[in-house]
Design a protein around this ligand. Sequence first.
Ligand SMILES: [Zn+2]
Ligand SMILES: [Zn+2]
Length: 266
Amino acid sequence: MDVNDVTAAVGKAEEPGCLRGFPPIRVDLHVHTVASGHAYSTVEECARYASSKGLEAIAVTDHGPAVPGSGNLYHFRNLKVLPRRWHGVWILRSVEANILDTEGRLDLPDRVLENLDLVHAGLHPYTGYQGESVEDHTRALLAAIAHPLVDVIVHPDNPKYPVDMRKVAEAARRYGKALEVNNSSFVYTREGSEALCHEMVREVVRAGGLLSVGSDAHVATFAGEFDHAVEIILQNDVRPEAVVNYSIMRLEDFLRSRGKTLRLEG
Ligand SMILES: [Zn+2]
Ligand SMILES: [Zn+2]
């Protein structure tokens, strides 16, 4: 990361979406579409709203096949048909994969995951995951963090699946993975996440690790909504360069550090 990029971004303090000197977050890494089965907008509708809010990119992160009603293997293999740019917004091909067990097994095979721009993974109810304790959930997340194709662990602060946050943050830092601050956790879902989110962000800062920010929009109007997540980031003195998606350039840099190349023209 060129430090000048950060300085230039921070300098645009008056821009919309920018809070108290933190660069505005221009990439929504976590957006669902009708393909998730319980979300209500199309990719185009999400792109249009993202454009109206000044975003550079959205990542389409529909739930993996283990969530009832979500996309199957064909859906994820066929993401290549999406236009790379829609309404002036880059469209990134991704997934919110499900961690199925304490060994970190995911619900999509590597041959599908390796063709996506980036891979999110997390724990969700009704997916067959059987873990019951802090030890189980921590083991599951540590295994997913060690999966070579996983880039981001979504909402590790979910009170439904409490973990040893220090171990998770340290492992994520060691593997160069990002832990997500999920804006929806404070608006619609995962009640009780706030204290755990503060703890997660503190542990990431302490470990010198990386964070991503996602709206987790299940309807287009919520794409690019980050206010609660950014507030928590500000309260915990996160350095801008620790956030992997404040711009498409920063995201490219993060993915490069993971050995992945974002081919936006393809
Ligand atoms: Zn989720
Ligand atoms: Zn989600």
